[in-house]
Design a protein around this ligand. Sequence first.
Ligand code: CP
Length: 309
Amino acid sequence: MTQQLSVKHLLGIKDLTVEDISQIFATAANFKDVINRPIKKVPSLRDTTVANLFFENSTRTRLSFELAEKRLSADIINFSASSSSVSKGETLIDTVNNILAMKVDMIVMRHPKPGAAVFLSKHVKAKIINAGDGTHEHPTQALLDAFSIYEKLGTLSGVKVVIIGDIMHSRVALSNIFCLKKLGAEVMVCGPVTLIPRHIEALGVIVENNLRKALNWCDVANVLRIQLERQDIKYFPSLREYIMLYGINREMLDSLKKEIVVMHPGPINRGVELTSDAADSRQSIILQQVENGVAVRMAVLYLLAGRQD
Ligand code: CP
């Protein structure tokens, strides 16, 4: 029997229990079987209407949620801030309440402001899924990342994962840290001193500034993009220097003591954090992450929609 999630909304991994995450993974594994069948659709969300509100650019998350909703037979409306009345001064709550007046049951929202999903959940009567809020959390990305590691290695317990790059501005890093720690992985963060938040050790992670040492330590490297759009000042002297110190290439992977798994949440800046021969190597599970994203988002939508309040 399907257990209920302990939360009404998915606002962040911080709020989830280990049982919630296990339930999401078990449900995602079932949906992964479904989406690999010739008939990929199930009627689970028939008569449920989901609004996808994207106040910030997205390729993977937006398309993955939309496909997940379609596979579950939900009715969908899509909204992007650039083509909406937000540009005429309408507030977030007014925008969402107008959408909800059209009888929408669930909101998937990406927003540039940290805390936007939490704020919305306190002011509107719909289930909210956070699809990334500024530098705060990106819970479905962390779930699909952890699910992909589990699928590849068969466990998370004791697995050594290093998250590399712009930790300071990354919602993916924070959600991954919460998720991996809850599931028993050992987590390291690696990057320039200026891109690692002070006191991050308090979250139970190891800090390493030397890329080679980090790669020799880990089983899995989750490589992040430099988030130039969130950087108000320069955090490193030049991109050229960043590539020299933190760029990963095939030669470097081949020189390690063991074969590690390479991940990236996308979008990749090829030639910066990863060269193409590293991103497209057989060690990379980047496209499996994208595939798993649909199944994990189906699981989250299904479990939240079915929750009795
Ligand atoms: N990984 C991720 O969130 O990608 P998008 O910004 O394209 O959605």
